[in-house]
Ligand binder design. Structure first.
Ligand SMILES: Cc1cc2nc3c(=O)[nH]c(=O)nc-3n(C[C@H](O)[C@H](O)[C@H](O)COP(=O)(O)O)c2cc1C
Length: 203
């Protein structure tokens, strides 16, 4: 082989190997798209509904965090006759409702909640228990085979009042498995997260 031919052959080999190298990154760039997409899911089985009643926004804040973490659907329970903005007036109405074990009507009651397996039910403590409208909601459905997770908070954070509210939930959520409830202040996201983790709602 002549020197000239050797040079040409060397140049040819270099050109081919450089071309092969320069095509490699292109192949790599396409790889991420080929990998399966990982989507965030809860470990819990089935669909989650986060239903809550909130007069001044604290339970709403908890509900929003739970929705964010579980990916559940949300329902804010709205009274057919809205409570007054005045604290004292609302207090008077709520006291009569509790004393008479009333079931205040709900304006936006879903026809069915069959599609949900886990139901978070949120409320503030009113007059040492749950607001009666929570009973209206729970008693409207056949909750057999459903898991119910109560969550609540109050001004005093009195655990006896919380326990009263849990008794009320157990009485009105007929057929459901009522899990231990969550009783932490609304801004305590660590406490809410611990509860979600403990009940298998970790992302
Ligand atoms: C009608 C009414 C009754 C209440 N009763 C109690 C009570 O018995 N014990 C208590 O600690 N707080 C009581 N509170 C205070 C609420 O539990 C507290 O303000 C709570 O954070 C309100 O939640 P919300 O913002 O979701 O409505 C009552 C508030 C109202 C309006």
């Amino acid at each position: 082989m002549t020197k000239k031919l050797k040079k040409i052959l060397f140049a040819l080999i270099m050109t081919i190997s450089l071309a092969a190298c320069s095509s490699a990154p292109e192949e790599k760039e396409t790889q991420p798209n080929e990998e399966p997409q990982v989507t965030e899911q809860t470990e819990s089985d089935g669909n989650v509904l986060v239903a809550y009643f909130s007069w001044s926004g604290n339970t709403k804040e908890m509900a929003e965090y739970i929705v964010e973490q579980t990916g559940g659907d949300v329902l804010e329970i709205e009274p057919l006759n809205p409570y007054p903005e005045d604290y004292g007036e609302t207090g008077d109405i709520a006291k009569v409702e509790r004393d008479e074990n009333q079931r205040p009507e709900i304006a936006n009651l879903p026809a069915s909640i069959d599609e949900y397996d886990s139901i978070f039910i949120g409320y503030p403590i009113w007059w040492h228990t749950a607001p009666m409208i929570i009973g209206t909601f729970l008693e409207n459905y056949d909750l057999a085979d459903k898991d119910v997770y109560p969550f609540t908070q109050s001004a005093s954070m009195d655990t006896e009042q919380f326990e009263n509210s849990m008794d009320f939930i157990r009485e009105t959520a007929k057929g459901a498995t009522v899990h231990d409830g969550l009783f932490v202040s609304s801004s305590n996201t660590d406490g809410i997260q611990d509860y979600l983790n403990a009940n298998g709602f970790t992302k």
